[in-house]
Design a protein around this ligand. Structure first.
Ligand SMILES: [Zn+2]
Length: 441
Protein backbone atom coordinates (compact mmCIF):
# COMPACT_ATOMS: atom_id res chain seq x y z
CA UNK A 1 0.00 0.00 0.00
CA UNK A 2 2.65 2.48 1.11
CA UNK A 3 4.67 2.26 -2.10
CA UNK A 4 1.65 2.72 -4.33
CA UNK A 5 1.97 5.79 -6.53
CA UNK A 6 -1.76 6.54 -6.73
CA UNK A 7 -4.48 6.29 -4.12
CA UNK A 8 -7.14 5.34 -6.70
CA UNK A 9 -4.96 4.03 -9.55
CA UNK A 10 -7.82 3.26 -11.91
CA UNK A 11 -9.72 6.51 -11.48
CA UNK A 12 -6.68 8.80 -11.41
CA UNK A 13 -5.16 7.41 -14.61
CA UNK A 14 -8.45 6.88 -16.40
CA UNK A 15 -8.30 7.59 -20.10
CA UNK A 16 -9.79 11.05 -20.73
CA UNK A 17 -12.59 9.71 -22.93
CA UNK A 18 -13.57 7.16 -20.31
CA UNK A 19 -13.41 9.79 -17.58
CA UNK A 20 -15.67 12.13 -19.56
CA UNK A 21 -18.12 9.31 -20.20
CA UNK A 22 -18.25 8.71 -16.44
CA UNK A 23 -18.80 12.44 -15.85
CA UNK A 24 -21.65 12.51 -18.36
CA UNK A 25 -23.34 9.49 -16.78
CA UNK A 26 -23.14 11.08 -13.34
CA UNK A 27 -24.20 14.49 -14.63
CA UNK A 28 -27.35 13.09 -16.22
CA UNK A 29 -28.31 11.32 -12.99
CA UNK A 30 -27.64 14.46 -10.95
CA UNK A 31 -29.69 16.69 -13.25
CA UNK A 32 -32.64 14.32 -13.23
CA UNK A 33 -32.50 14.07 -9.47
CA UNK A 34 -32.35 17.86 -9.01
CA UNK A 35 -35.19 18.42 -11.46
CA UNK A 36 -37.34 15.81 -9.79
CA UNK A 37 -36.84 16.85 -6.18
CA UNK A 38 -35.92 20.54 -6.14
CA UNK A 39 -38.24 23.42 -6.99
CA UNK A 40 -35.17 25.67 -7.11
CA UNK A 41 -33.61 23.69 -9.96
CA UNK A 42 -36.92 23.06 -11.66
CA UNK A 43 -37.42 26.85 -11.87
CA UNK A 44 -33.93 27.21 -13.33
CA UNK A 45 -34.65 24.67 -16.04
CA UNK A 46 -37.98 26.39 -16.78
CA UNK A 47 -36.11 29.70 -17.32
CA UNK A 48 -34.38 28.19 -20.32
CA UNK A 49 -37.11 25.88 -21.54
CA UNK A 50 -34.93 22.78 -21.41
CA UNK A 51 -35.30 19.50 -19.54
CA UNK A 52 -32.58 17.30 -18.02
CA UNK A 53 -32.92 14.79 -20.87
CA UNK A 54 -31.94 17.52 -23.35
CA UNK A 55 -28.42 17.38 -21.90
CA UNK A 56 -26.76 14.71 -24.01
CA UNK A 57 -23.12 15.80 -23.86
CA UNK A 58 -20.89 17.58 -21.33
CA UNK A 59 -20.82 20.63 -23.63
CA UNK A 60 -24.63 20.85 -23.43
CA UNK A 61 -24.26 22.02 -19.84
CA UNK A 62 -23.81 25.60 -21.14
CA UNK A 63 -27.60 25.71 -21.61
CA UNK A 64 -28.21 25.51 -17.86
CA UNK A 65 -28.09 28.85 -15.95
CA UNK A 66 -25.38 29.49 -13.33
CA UNK A 67 -25.96 29.44 -9.58
CA UNK A 68 -24.46 32.40 -7.72
CA UNK A 69 -23.77 32.92 -4.05
CA UNK A 70 -26.17 35.87 -3.77
CA UNK A 71 -28.86 33.72 -5.33
CA UNK A 72 -28.29 31.04 -2.67
CA UNK A 73 -28.55 33.69 0.04
CA UNK A 74 -31.87 34.94 -1.35
CA UNK A 75 -33.11 31.38 -1.69
CA UNK A 76 -32.24 30.67 1.93
CA UNK A 77 -34.01 33.81 3.11
CA UNK A 78 -37.13 33.04 1.10
CA UNK A 79 -37.19 29.35 2.05
CA UNK A 80 -35.48 29.02 5.44
CA UNK A 81 -33.43 27.47 6.79
CA UNK A 82 -31.71 25.71 3.88
CA UNK A 83 -33.44 26.77 0.66
CA UNK A 84 -35.13 24.61 -1.98
CA UNK A 85 -31.83 23.51 -3.50
CA UNK A 86 -31.54 21.05 -0.59
CA UNK A 87 -32.26 17.88 -2.48
CA UNK A 88 -31.78 15.03 -0.01
CA UNK A 89 -34.29 14.25 2.74
CA UNK A 90 -33.53 15.30 6.36
CA UNK A 91 -32.87 11.78 7.66
CA UNK A 92 -29.85 11.54 5.30
CA UNK A 93 -28.27 14.80 6.51
CA UNK A 94 -25.03 14.42 8.43
CA UNK A 95 -23.22 17.76 8.78
CA UNK A 96 -23.74 21.48 8.27
CA UNK A 97 -20.84 23.49 6.84
CA UNK A 98 -21.85 27.10 6.18
CA UNK A 99 -19.69 29.53 4.21
CA UNK A 100 -17.59 31.91 6.30
CA UNK A 101 -19.93 34.86 5.87
CA UNK A 102 -17.10 37.32 5.16
CA UNK A 103 -19.04 38.81 2.24
CA UNK A 104 -22.57 38.61 3.64
CA UNK A 105 -24.90 36.18 5.41
CA UNK A 106 -23.36 32.68 5.53
CA UNK A 107 -24.74 30.18 3.04
CA UNK A 108 -25.69 26.86 4.63
CA UNK A 109 -24.27 23.78 2.94
CA UNK A 110 -25.30 20.30 3.99
CA UNK A 111 -23.37 17.05 3.68
CA UNK A 112 -25.34 13.80 3.70
CA UNK A 113 -23.79 10.63 5.15
CA UNK A 114 -22.86 9.58 1.60
CA UNK A 115 -21.37 13.06 0.99
CA UNK A 116 -19.21 12.68 4.11
CA UNK A 117 -17.94 9.32 2.80
CA UNK A 118 -17.21 10.73 -0.67
CA UNK A 119 -15.58 13.89 0.67
CA UNK A 120 -13.38 11.88 3.08
CA UNK A 121 -12.34 9.59 0.26
CA UNK A 122 -11.47 12.29 -2.28
CA UNK A 123 -9.66 14.27 0.42
CA UNK A 124 -7.58 11.17 1.24
CA UNK A 125 -6.81 10.96 -2.47
CA UNK A 126 -5.70 14.60 -2.69
CA UNK A 127 -3.48 14.07 0.37
CA UNK A 128 -1.94 10.95 -1.15
CA UNK A 129 -1.37 13.02 -4.32
CA UNK A 130 0.97 15.42 -2.52
CA UNK A 131 2.73 12.63 -0.67
CA UNK A 132 0.97 11.62 2.58
CA UNK A 133 1.44 7.92 3.34
CA UNK A 134 0.25 5.49 6.06
CA UNK A 135 2.23 6.06 9.23
CA UNK A 136 2.58 9.79 8.74
CA UNK A 137 1.79 12.04 11.69
CA UNK A 138 -0.56 14.73 10.44
CA UNK A 139 -0.70 18.00 12.33
CA UNK A 140 -4.08 19.34 11.29
CA UNK A 141 -3.81 23.10 11.61
CA UNK A 142 -7.00 23.71 9.65
CA UNK A 143 -9.63 25.04 11.96
CA UNK A 144 -12.15 22.47 13.20
CA UNK A 145 -15.86 23.12 13.46
CA UNK A 146 -17.97 24.83 10.87
CA UNK A 147 -15.20 25.46 8.37
CA UNK A 148 -15.05 22.84 5.62
CA UNK A 149 -11.41 21.77 5.67
CA UNK A 150 -10.83 20.82 9.34
CA UNK A 151 -13.21 17.86 9.52
CA UNK A 152 -12.61 16.54 6.00
CA UNK A 153 -8.84 16.33 6.43
CA UNK A 154 -9.39 14.70 9.84
CA UNK A 155 -11.63 12.00 8.32
CA UNK A 156 -9.16 11.57 5.45
CA UNK A 157 -6.24 11.05 7.85
CA UNK A 158 -8.15 8.11 9.33
CA UNK A 159 -8.77 6.67 5.87
CA UNK A 160 -5.06 7.03 5.05
CA UNK A 161 -3.93 5.19 8.17
CA UNK A 162 -2.23 8.19 9.75
CA UNK A 163 -2.01 9.53 13.27
CA UNK A 164 -3.75 12.88 13.36
CA UNK A 165 -3.13 15.69 15.86
CA UNK A 166 -6.41 17.65 15.80
CA UNK A 167 -4.89 20.92 17.02
CA UNK A 168 -6.75 23.29 14.67
CA UNK A 169 -5.64 26.80 13.80
CA UNK A 170 -4.56 27.90 17.27
CA UNK A 171 -1.92 27.55 19.99
CA UNK A 172 1.16 28.34 17.94
CA UNK A 173 3.59 27.40 20.75
CA UNK A 174 1.98 23.97 21.05
CA UNK A 175 2.07 23.59 17.27
CA UNK A 176 5.83 23.88 17.63
CA UNK A 177 5.91 21.47 20.59
CA UNK A 178 4.18 18.82 18.47
CA UNK A 179 6.50 19.47 15.55
CA UNK A 180 9.33 18.57 17.94
CA UNK A 181 7.65 15.68 19.75
CA UNK A 182 6.10 13.36 18.61
CA UNK A 183 7.43 15.07 15.51
CA UNK A 184 4.66 15.63 12.98
CA UNK A 185 5.64 14.73 9.44
CA UNK A 186 2.80 16.53 7.64
CA UNK A 187 1.43 20.01 8.36
CA UNK A 188 -1.90 21.26 7.04
CA UNK A 189 -2.95 24.89 7.51
CA UNK A 190 -3.34 28.20 5.69
CA UNK A 191 -0.19 29.59 4.04
CA UNK A 192 -0.19 32.67 6.27
CA UNK A 193 -0.40 30.49 9.40
CA UNK A 194 2.48 28.37 8.06
CA UNK A 195 4.58 31.52 7.78
CA UNK A 196 3.59 32.49 11.32
CA UNK A 197 4.64 29.07 12.66
CA UNK A 198 7.94 29.38 10.77
CA UNK A 199 8.54 32.79 12.35
CA UNK A 200 7.87 31.48 15.90
CA UNK A 201 10.06 28.47 15.22
CA UNK A 202 12.92 30.79 14.39
CA UNK A 203 12.30 32.84 17.55
CA UNK A 204 12.44 29.66 19.62
CA UNK A 205 15.76 28.88 18.03
CA UNK A 206 14.59 25.59 16.50
CA UNK A 207 16.28 24.81 13.21
CA UNK A 208 13.80 23.40 10.65
CA UNK A 209 16.42 20.82 9.69
CA UNK A 210 16.08 19.18 13.15
CA UNK A 211 12.37 18.47 12.67
CA UNK A 212 10.89 15.27 11.17
CA UNK A 213 8.38 17.46 9.27
CA UNK A 214 8.69 16.70 5.55
CA UNK A 215 5.63 18.04 3.70
CA UNK A 216 2.90 20.60 4.09
CA UNK A 217 -0.21 21.45 2.14
CA UNK A 218 -1.63 24.91 2.45
CA UNK A 219 -5.06 26.19 1.46
CA UNK A 220 -8.00 28.31 2.52
CA UNK A 221 -6.43 31.35 0.88
CA UNK A 222 -4.09 32.05 -2.01
CA UNK A 223 -0.33 32.18 -1.63
CA UNK A 224 1.24 28.74 -1.89
CA UNK A 225 1.49 28.92 -5.68
CA UNK A 226 3.24 32.29 -5.51
CA UNK A 227 6.91 31.28 -5.89
CA UNK A 228 8.19 33.75 -3.29
CA UNK A 229 5.65 32.61 -0.67
CA UNK A 230 6.24 28.94 -1.39
CA UNK A 231 9.98 29.41 -1.05
CA UNK A 232 9.54 31.23 2.26
CA UNK A 233 7.35 28.44 3.68
CA UNK A 234 9.67 25.71 2.39
CA UNK A 235 12.79 27.33 3.84
CA UNK A 236 11.14 28.40 7.08
CA UNK A 237 9.80 24.91 7.86
CA UNK A 238 12.32 22.77 5.98
CA UNK A 239 9.63 21.06 3.90
CA UNK A 240 8.12 20.70 0.47
CA UNK A 241 5.01 22.88 0.25
CA UNK A 242 1.94 22.11 -1.86
CA UNK A 243 -1.18 24.04 -2.79
CA UNK A 244 -4.73 23.10 -1.84
CA UNK A 245 -8.08 24.53 -2.93
CA UNK A 246 -11.66 24.20 -1.77
CA UNK A 247 -14.71 26.33 -1.05
CA UNK A 248 -17.69 25.96 1.24
CA UNK A 249 -20.39 25.64 -1.43
CA UNK A 250 -18.58 22.90 -3.33
CA UNK A 251 -16.46 21.16 -0.73
CA UNK A 252 -13.09 21.13 0.97
CA UNK A 253 -9.85 20.07 -0.67
CA UNK A 254 -11.26 19.47 -4.13
CA UNK A 255 -7.91 20.10 -5.85
CA UNK A 256 -4.29 19.66 -4.85
CA UNK A 257 -0.85 19.69 -6.39
CA UNK A 258 1.06 16.51 -7.23
CA UNK A 259 4.85 16.17 -6.80
CA UNK A 260 5.29 17.76 -10.25
CA UNK A 261 3.75 21.00 -8.91
CA UNK A 262 2.27 21.52 -12.35
CA UNK A 263 -1.02 22.98 -11.18
CA UNK A 264 -3.78 21.73 -8.88
CA UNK A 265 -5.45 18.46 -10.00
CA UNK A 266 -9.26 18.47 -9.75
CA UNK A 267 -11.23 15.47 -8.46
CA UNK A 268 -12.94 15.18 -11.80
CA UNK A 269 -14.87 12.00 -11.10
CA UNK A 270 -16.90 14.01 -8.56
CA UNK A 271 -16.86 17.47 -10.16
CA UNK A 272 -17.32 19.01 -13.57
CA UNK A 273 -15.00 21.97 -14.02
CA UNK A 274 -15.66 24.78 -16.52
CA UNK A 275 -13.73 27.99 -17.19
CA UNK A 276 -16.15 30.72 -18.27
CA UNK A 277 -15.42 34.15 -19.71
CA UNK A 278 -16.52 36.67 -17.02
CA UNK A 279 -18.31 38.91 -19.52
CA UNK A 280 -19.51 36.85 -22.46
CA UNK A 281 -20.36 33.99 -20.04
CA UNK A 282 -19.20 31.58 -22.77
CA UNK A 283 -16.60 28.81 -22.25
CA UNK A 284 -13.00 30.05 -22.50
CA UNK A 285 -10.48 28.61 -24.94
CA UNK A 286 -7.89 26.18 -23.58
CA UNK A 287 -5.39 28.05 -21.42
CA UNK A 288 -7.43 31.27 -21.26
CA UNK A 289 -8.09 32.83 -17.83
CA UNK A 290 -11.74 32.77 -16.78
CA UNK A 291 -14.12 32.13 -13.90
CA UNK A 292 -14.21 28.66 -12.35
CA UNK A 293 -17.70 27.22 -12.62
CA UNK A 294 -18.16 23.93 -10.79
CA UNK A 295 -20.89 21.29 -10.94
CA UNK A 296 -21.32 18.55 -8.35
CA UNK A 297 -21.60 15.18 -10.06
CA UNK A 298 -22.16 13.10 -6.93
CA UNK A 299 -23.10 15.48 -4.09
CA UNK A 300 -26.38 14.48 -2.48
CA UNK A 301 -27.55 17.04 0.06
CA UNK A 302 -27.04 20.50 -1.48
CA UNK A 303 -25.79 19.84 -5.01
CA UNK A 304 -24.52 22.80 -7.01
CA UNK A 305 -25.18 22.85 -10.74
CA UNK A 306 -22.86 25.34 -12.50
CA UNK A 307 -21.83 27.23 -9.36
CA UNK A 308 -20.20 30.56 -10.26
CA UNK A 309 -17.20 30.67 -7.87
CA UNK A 310 -15.97 34.12 -8.97
CA UNK A 311 -12.42 32.67 -8.66
CA UNK A 312 -10.16 32.93 -11.71
CA UNK A 313 -8.21 30.02 -13.14
CA UNK A 314 -7.16 28.30 -16.34
CA UNK A 315 -7.68 24.61 -17.16
CA UNK A 316 -5.28 22.14 -18.73
CA UNK A 317 -6.82 18.80 -19.68
CA UNK A 318 -3.58 17.25 -20.93
CA UNK A 319 -2.17 14.32 -19.00
CA UNK A 320 0.23 15.44 -16.26
CA UNK A 321 3.84 14.24 -16.05
CA UNK A 322 2.77 12.41 -12.87
CA UNK A 323 0.53 10.15 -14.98
CA UNK A 324 -2.77 11.51 -13.70
CA UNK A 325 -5.36 12.41 -16.32
CA UNK A 326 -7.53 14.66 -14.12
CA UNK A 327 -7.40 18.26 -15.38
CA UNK A 328 -5.16 20.83 -13.69
CA UNK A 329 -5.30 24.56 -13.07
CA UNK A 330 -1.75 25.73 -13.55
CA UNK A 331 -0.77 28.44 -11.06
CA UNK A 332 -3.78 27.54 -8.87
CA UNK A 333 -6.34 30.27 -8.27
CA UNK A 334 -5.29 33.43 -10.08
CA UNK A 335 -7.48 35.99 -8.32
CA UNK A 336 -11.09 37.11 -8.19
CA UNK A 337 -13.21 38.07 -11.19
CA UNK A 338 -14.05 41.44 -9.60
CA UNK A 339 -10.34 42.35 -9.78
CA UNK A 340 -10.54 42.95 -13.53
CA UNK A 341 -9.08 46.29 -14.62
CA UNK A 342 -10.57 48.10 -17.60
CA UNK A 343 -8.13 50.63 -19.05
CA UNK A 344 -8.22 52.23 -22.50
CA UNK A 345 -10.61 49.52 -23.66
CA UNK A 346 -8.22 46.73 -22.63
CA UNK A 347 -9.14 44.33 -19.86
CA UNK A 348 -6.61 42.60 -17.68
CA UNK A 349 -6.05 41.13 -14.21
CA UNK A 350 -3.36 41.92 -11.63
CA UNK A 351 -2.14 38.32 -11.97
CA UNK A 352 -1.07 39.03 -15.56
CA UNK A 353 1.02 41.97 -14.36
CA UNK A 354 2.40 39.84 -11.53
CA UNK A 355 3.62 37.16 -13.94
CA UNK A 356 5.56 39.76 -15.98
CA UNK A 357 7.02 41.51 -12.92
CA UNK A 358 8.12 38.23 -11.36
CA UNK A 359 9.76 37.05 -14.58
CA UNK A 360 12.58 39.61 -14.07
CA UNK A 361 15.30 38.76 -11.57
CA UNK A 362 16.23 42.45 -11.43
CA UNK A 363 12.87 43.30 -9.77
CA UNK A 364 11.48 42.39 -6.34
CA UNK A 365 8.20 40.40 -6.13
CA UNK A 366 6.25 43.41 -4.89
CA UNK A 367 4.27 45.75 -7.13
CA UNK A 368 1.00 47.63 -7.38
CA UNK A 369 -1.12 49.10 -10.13
CA UNK A 370 -2.21 52.70 -9.72
CA UNK A 371 -5.04 54.18 -11.74
CA UNK A 372 -5.33 57.97 -11.83
CA UNK A 373 -6.91 60.68 -13.98
CA UNK A 374 -4.91 63.47 -15.61
CA UNK A 375 -7.30 66.43 -15.16
CA UNK A 376 -5.71 68.54 -17.93
CA UNK A 377 -6.14 65.88 -20.57
CA UNK A 378 -9.18 64.28 -18.92
CA UNK A 379 -7.46 60.97 -19.48
CA UNK A 380 -6.93 57.89 -17.32
CA UNK A 381 -3.39 56.86 -16.51
CA UNK A 382 -2.34 53.41 -15.41
CA UNK A 383 1.00 53.12 -13.65
CA UNK A 384 2.71 49.94 -12.57
CA UNK A 385 4.88 50.62 -9.52
CA UNK A 386 7.78 48.18 -9.03
CA UNK A 387 11.00 47.88 -7.05
CA UNK A 388 14.32 47.50 -8.86
CA UNK A 389 16.88 45.69 -6.72
CA UNK A 390 19.76 47.82 -8.05
CA UNK A 391 19.27 51.41 -9.10
CA UNK A 392 21.72 51.11 -12.00
CA UNK A 393 19.44 48.53 -13.67
CA UNK A 394 16.51 50.97 -14.01
CA UNK A 395 17.36 52.33 -17.51
CA UNK A 396 17.72 48.80 -18.85
CA UNK A 397 14.58 47.49 -17.11
CA UNK A 398 12.19 50.22 -18.20
CA UNK A 399 11.81 49.19 -21.89
CA UNK A 400 11.96 45.47 -21.02
CA UNK A 401 9.13 45.75 -18.52
CA UNK A 402 7.09 48.02 -20.79
CA UNK A 403 7.29 45.52 -23.66
CA UNK A 404 6.55 42.56 -21.40
CA UNK A 405 3.44 44.26 -20.03
CA UNK A 406 2.30 45.35 -23.49
CA UNK A 407 2.56 41.80 -24.72
CA UNK A 408 0.77 40.29 -21.72
CA UNK A 409 -2.04 42.82 -21.36
CA UNK A 410 -2.29 44.45 -24.83
CA UNK A 411 -1.96 47.97 -23.45
CA UNK A 412 0.93 50.31 -22.70
CA UNK A 413 1.29 51.61 -19.18
CA UNK A 414 3.45 54.00 -17.28
CA UNK A 415 6.14 52.46 -15.12
CA UNK A 416 7.45 53.86 -11.88
CA UNK A 417 10.49 52.51 -10.06
CA UNK A 418 10.84 52.89 -6.31
CA UNK A 419 13.85 51.86 -4.18
CA UNK A 420 14.02 48.28 -2.93
CA UNK A 421 12.03 47.61 0.26
CA UNK A 422 9.75 50.63 -0.19
CA UNK A 423 6.55 48.67 -0.89
CA UNK A 424 4.61 47.03 1.93
CA UNK A 425 5.20 43.28 2.39
CA UNK A 426 2.13 41.14 2.94
CA UNK A 427 2.07 37.38 2.94
CA UNK A 428 -1.26 37.05 1.17
CA UNK A 429 -4.12 39.02 -0.29
CA UNK A 430 -1.80 41.94 -0.99
CA UNK A 431 -3.55 45.03 -2.31
CA UNK A 432 -2.48 45.24 -5.94
CA UNK A 433 -4.83 47.92 -7.30
CA UNK A 434 -5.14 51.51 -6.15
CA UNK A 435 -7.90 53.20 -8.11
CA UNK A 436 -7.86 57.01 -7.82
CA UNK A 437 -9.64 57.69 -11.10
CA UNK A 438 -12.19 60.50 -11.09
CA UNK A 439 -15.67 59.30 -11.81
CA UNK A 440 -17.06 60.98 -14.88
CA UNK A 441 -20.68 62.04 -15.19
ZN1 LIG B 1 0.28 15.72 -11.72
Amino acid sequence: MKNRKYFDPEVEQMDRKKLEALQLRRLKLQLRRCYRTSEFYKDKFKETGIKPDDIQSLDNIVHIPFVTKSELRDEQLAFPPFGRHTVASPETWAELHPSSGTTGAPVNNLWSHTDVRNISHWTARTMWTFGVRPGDIIQNGFSYGLWVAGMSTHYAARELGCLVIPIGAAMTERQIDYLITPGSTVLLCTPSYALHIAERLKQRGVSPGELPLRIGCFGGEGGTEVPATREKIEKGLGIEAFDYYGLAEIGPTIASECPQKAGIHWVEDHLLIEIIHPETKKPCNAGEIGVLVITHLTKEATPMIRYWTNDLATLDKRKCRCGRTHARSVGGILGRADDMIIYKGAKFYPVQVEKVVRSFRELSDEFYIELTTDPRLDMDICTVVVECLKEEDIPKMKPLLRNGLKEACQVTREIKFVPFNTLERTTFKAKRIIDKRQKRA
